[in-house]
Design a protein around this ligand. Structure first.
Ligand code: SAM
Length: 213
């Protein structure tokens, strides 16, 4: 079975077959070759309905989870997105098709190189991968229209709300080390933030200054 066919099946069964409805999100998945974002030894499993190891104890997230989080971001073509936790670069690649620019921060140097090389192979130019501790956000290009944290956090570090525009969304798996709840925060005005709860999920923990101790 070709990668292209497996990609189509993944979109139909794992995304549409569940509750992913946003056509722009589905199109993005059809246009980003996931096999370019996994380790060589996992290429034949690139379209499995599960996360996969990318080394250093980290994972590329399950396609459905990437889709659900992307849908919750409700990206517009002029949006600037901040991602914390680049990993393989796949989530950034998907988001890059739906917004103007993605800044993505990764704490493990080897994964910064992995993601940069994967994004280059995929021909994606509107993603900037930055080595650093994203638990305190990324002041340099703030404020952001949307923020996504792709590692588990006990609570969202204050710096990230500060770096989000009024009217912006922040999507995050929040909970303890073992299970989290997928949440979307909306910044209504300075100091006023509301949240919505979605589904249970499991992510690797956020590290760094404001990460898990
Ligand atoms: N979004 C990724 C993808 O599409 O492959 C998957 C992210 S993986 C589940 C979580 C990532 O967050 C790991 O690569 C991990 O090294 C990174 N991470 C953890 N703590 C971090 C921090 N404080 N700053 C930046 N990245 C961090």
């Amino acid at each position: 079975m070709s990668f292209e066919f497996k990609r189509m099946l993944m979109v139909k069964e794992q995304l549409q077959g569940r509750d992913v409805k946003d056509k722009r999100v589905l199109d993005a998945f059809l246009n980003v070759p996931r096999e370019l974002f996994v380790l060589e030894e996992y290429k034949d499993r690139a379209y499995d309905d599960s996360p996969l190891p990318i080394g250093y104890g980290q994972t590329i997230s399950q396609p459905y989870m990437v889709a659900k989080m992307t849908e919750l971001l409700d990206l517009n073509e002029d949006d600037i997105l901040l991602e914390i936790g680049t990993g393989s670069g796949y989530q950034a690649a998907i988001a890059s098709r739906l917004c103007k620019h993605v800044y993505t921060v990764e704490i493990i140097p080897e994964l910064v190189d992995f993601a940069k090389s994967n994004l280059k192979k995929a021909g994606i130019k509107n993603v900037t991968v930055i080595l650093g501790d994203g638990s305190v956000g990324l002041k340099d290009y703030a404020p952001y229209d949307k923020i996504i944290i792709t590692a588990a956090t006990e609570s969202v570090p204050e710096e990230l709300f500060e770096q989000l525009k009024v009217g912006g969304y922040l999507v995050v798996p929040e909970g303890d080390r073992f299970t989290q709840w997928l949440k979307r925060y909306i910044k209504l005005e300075e100091g006023k933030i509301v949240s919505e709860d979605y589904s249970a999920c499991v992510f690797v923990p956020l590290r760094g200054k404001k990460g898990f101790k």
